[in-house]
Design a protein around this ligand. Sequence first.
Ligand SMILES: Cc1cc2nc3c(=O)[nH]c(=O)nc-3n(C[C@H](O)[C@H](O)[C@H](O)COP(=O)(O)OP(=O)(O)OC[C@H]3O[C@@H](n4cnc5c(N)ncnc54)[C@H](O)[C@@H]3O)c2cc1C
Ligand code: SF4
Length: 524
Amino acid sequence: MADHYDVIIIGTGAGGGTLAHRLAPSGKKLLVLERGGYLPREPENWDSKEVFGKERYVTTDQWIDKNGERFRPHAQYYVGGNTKFYGAILFRLRERDFEEVRHYGGISPAWPIGYADMEPYYAEAERLYLVHGEAGEDHTEPWRAAPFPYPAVSHEPRIQQLHDDFVKTGHHPFHLPVGVDLNESDPEAGRCVRCDRFDGFPCLTDGKADAHVLCIRPALEHDNVTLETHAKVVRLETGGSGRSVSRVVVDRRGVEDAYTADLVVVSCGAAESPALLLRSADDRHPNGLANSSDAVGRNYMAHINSGVIAISQTPNDTKFQKTLGVNDYYWGAPDSELPLGHIQMLGKSDRNILRAGAPWFAPGVALDYMAKHALDFWLTTEDLPYPDNRITVDRQGTIHLSKTFHNEEPHRRLLAKLKGLLGHLGASERMIPRWSVLDQRIPLAGIAHQCGTVRFGHDPRSSVLDVNCKAHDLDNLYVVDTSFFPSSSAVNPALTAMANALRVGDHLLERLGARVAAEEVAAR
Ligand SMILES: Cc1cc2nc3c(=O)[nH]c(=O)nc-3n(C[C@H](O)[C@H](O)[C@H](O)COP(=O)(O)OP(=O)(O)OC[C@H]3O[C@@H](n4cnc5c(N)ncnc54)[C@H](O)[C@@H]3O)c2cc1C
Ligand code: SF4
């Protein structure tokens, strides 16, 4: 059979792209299917009016919210997935994030594996994704067997000042762990030119550590790996006993095609993956594939996030602003026994970004003044898994996202903490929310940190996947995007998806009886 493969991977983002990189040297016949194409390299990549104002690269798909209203999810379908646009802040979960934790809004459940199981894979993912950082500064950081593979990216003067002001107020600011091809002692040696287009923009110089540049591109150097772009998987079919996926059905610009493989790995992102499983319902799986637990699509989480613009009294000329984080409120505060969340810098805003975030205010001149003086913060509070927060599909296959925010109290407290500090940080005590947390419509479309909808666990009655991320119900189906998370923590999710893909990759190599050349293993 010409179109039979050892493994088919669906999706090329943090999960799928990293897995393809892991399996490529095995010599096994690997097919990678991606619904998008290559992101065009064009000047508009770095044009904030195009990227933020006109949402040039955002899908035109429409989803439906719990009130039946259509909205355009902030999803981007290209080779590399959302890592083409991400801020590349690549955190490990904290050790306690793998355990059960009590929050204002309920319980964050334990993972079926512990931090120690993930540590070697985190280390490997950090090397693969060029993570720069400084161990020991962040007091919530979990133990690590080795230092960060690359030195921390230095603060520019205004951010160094901010760091010093945080220290004066008794905080412990730290260098954010960031995945970037930057060598500050030898600028010729890296592709990053340290510009102000990092967060939300694709990188024109390939300097950002994304899954396309660092995983898919090198994977394709292996003759056994094939990538099909513009190949949207619309259905998985089961044969015989119904215990395995027998056909992967693809829509290629309106033409249907199908492939087969011994193993099938879904990695379409935490909304598209459950949607694909639900659309694949058949006589043997009337509630959708892998869904005997009824957990597919449930427990949707996306963090409770706010972008906050603080107007600094001195101009902020920073270009690369994503260098500083604060975790002093991660597990609580003097007036809170329960966790509040995490604070980090956003990419530097300009007038177009401000206009896109806050279209209701200010003529151009005020936006220019604000952008020049803005300190841009990103606040994250843990979102909790609630079964009624869920992805479903209707008869037309359209995605419905039903979401109610529950853990808002700690987020309000976190915002108040930052607001209370602004005067001490050389900024106006008035701040401007870039996305109001209380406005449900805008955050719902902001699906960047989505996870949890195909959770892994020991119990097939309450989880979809086993500890190897194989579907409990099927013998040859795996899921490796952020869907597998049982809880969301309050740090950015991508490194955990990458590390887990490497972990699952080792399981698949063993299952395939595949051998990877010694020099490939040594290079890890
Ligand atoms: C602006 C922005 C900033 C972010 N910043 C950070 C950050 O600083 N740190 C961090 O950790 N995370 C960040 N994130 C989140 C991070 O990008 C995601 O957590 C990560 O990319 C998720 O990986 P994934 O594999 O689950 O899904 P994705 O990366 O979304 O990959 C899914 C892939 O599947 C493809 N696909 C979907 N459906 C189909 C189908 N039916 N058939 C075939 N292919 C399909 C998609 O095109 C895509 O390539 C950010 C995201 C955004 C948008
Ligand atoms: S800061 Fe570096 S990696 Fe980021 S967009 Fe600019 S050149 Fe690319």
